[in-house]
Design a protein around this ligand. Structure first.
Ligand SMILES: Cc1cc2nc3c(=O)[nH]c(=O)nc-3n(C[C@H](O)[C@H](O)[C@H](O)COP(=O)(O)O)c2cc1C
Length: 179
């Protein structure tokens, strides 16, 4: 069955490690016959949530920006890939801003299949766990029926493109292929 796969690429660094892993995942998912779209989150206009609670009563956000389009794409997707570089042990501000803006609609995102990709300089895999858990605070604890299908923790990659000389791109491709 052809699935709709939405990849949220959460690094601001063009051609960086997270982006490389996302594109390998996309290649794998395309090769498996799925419809794949990647959103480079930092290219989008996403206002910070201000906690005004307007959405709690109305279901809508006061800010009219690219989150409207992202909301539609997340709703339509069968599979969502959350990705980020590790910044001070957690996820990037760009992808966190997107997640915070999901308050008006996260309860409507039901039964999604989830993949998580994180990249970090640290060679110790446990140091990436907080970033993964930050995504899980949404996917495991808030998104009804979401099933986590795979996680890539790309350790030991500091410089742009360093991940190319590791096995992680292959793992990302295979993960995409397995969707
Ligand atoms: C602001 C900032 C904070 C970072 N914090 C960490 C960190 O806490 N732990 C770590 O292992 N690497 C840290 N790094 C390194 C990045 O996670 C690493 O370079 C990663 O490969 C970047 O992924 P990207 O190329 O997709 O942007 C940090 C980098 C930046 C720019």
């Amino acid at each position: 069955m052809c699935a709709k796969v939405l990849i949220l690429s959460g690094s601001p660094r063009k051609g960086g490690n997270t982006e490389i892993l996302c594109s390998r995942f996309a290649e794998g998912a395309c090769d498996a016959g799925h419809e794949v779209e990647t959103i480079r989150v930092c290219d989008k206009d996403i206002h910070f949530c201000t906690g005004c609670d307007y959405c709690v009563k109305s279901g809508k956000c006061v800010y009219k920006d690219d989150m409207n389009e992202i909301r539609e794409k997340m709703m339509a997707a069968d599979v969502i890939v959350f990705s980020s570089p590790v910044y001070f042990y957690t996820i990037s501000a760009q992808i966190k801003a997107l997640i915070d803006r999901m308050v008006p609609f996260y309860t409507e995102l039901q039964n999604k299949e989830i993949y998580i990709i994180v990249a970090a300089a640290d060679p110790d895999e446990s140091m990436l766990e907080l970033a993964v858990e930050s995504f899980r605070g949404l996917t495991r604890d808030c998104m009804e029926g979401a099933v986590e299908r795979g996680v890539i923790k790309a350790v030991g990659v500091w410089e742009k493109g360093a991940v190319e000389s590791t096995d992680f791109p292959k793992q990302a491709y295979q993960m995409g292929r397995s969707v």
